[in-house]
Design a protein around this ligand. Sequence first.
Ligand code: DHB
Ligand code: FE
Length: 281
Amino acid sequence: MAKIIGGIGTSHIPAIGKAIHEGLQAEPYWKPFFDGYPPVHDWLATARPDVVVLFYNDHGLNFFLDKMPTFAVGAAAQYASADEGWGIPAQPPVGGEPALSWQLINTLVEREFDIVSCQEMLVDHACTLPLKLLWPQGEWPVTIVPVCINTVQFPLPKASRVYALGKAVGEAVATWGEDRRVLFVASGGLSHQLDGTRAGHINKRFDLQFMDSLLTNPEWATQFSVHEIVEKAGTQGVELLMWLAMRAALTAAGPSVRKVHANYHLPISNTATALMALETA
Ligand code: DHB
Ligand code: FE
């Protein structure tokens, strides 16, 4: 049977890709951000995941505003990236895990989540940067199953619905008959707002409360409506829904998790960055 080994939440700001490309990790602006990752690299070296189920939000590369699924699951053998500006090279494609994709798709539809299944799927910075941050040495040692949650065009799914989706994804993985080690990754957040009169909005108090809730009371954020989350965390801060899905997925492995490591640093670009690695019992 598959084994759920843990979950990692990380920010995915596009400027990180440029900083990696230009080797700026030790610069004063970037160091407090990149310094968060080595303890997680150490944990990954012992935890040895084979497959990552990656909760992320596409920002207009694969799904544009004319066709916007609320939830989409990748079922491709490979996921290619594409240019996202800055003039830096696109990441090499990452391998998929179609058997696990179909396990998720079949389970989710059976559980009345009417997801879109994607046998071709381009992935943007929200998918590639977490991989690059977690495995900076180059070749990806994992395959992925991307699970895309709409946080770019209203109406967005409610936090309680995202939690339920994450729980169902966790149960689909836990009942997968393959002997593989599975890691959940959440890409996004934390608080940030890129546009409008509140551009630059950051809410450290709420972010830290949210991170703490993942350890002490995982369903805490489900009390909030999407508009309340926008009010607290910013229009793009709703990306924290990915973290909520990741934490809900871990419940399939047991009631509690252990914090391996966390880091919080602001700002990078317009965003309060966060990193958190959780291990199942
Ligand atoms: C920024 C943050 C994001 O989450 C994103 O998708 C794009 C840009 C930023 O802070 O620059
Ligand atoms: Fe984003």
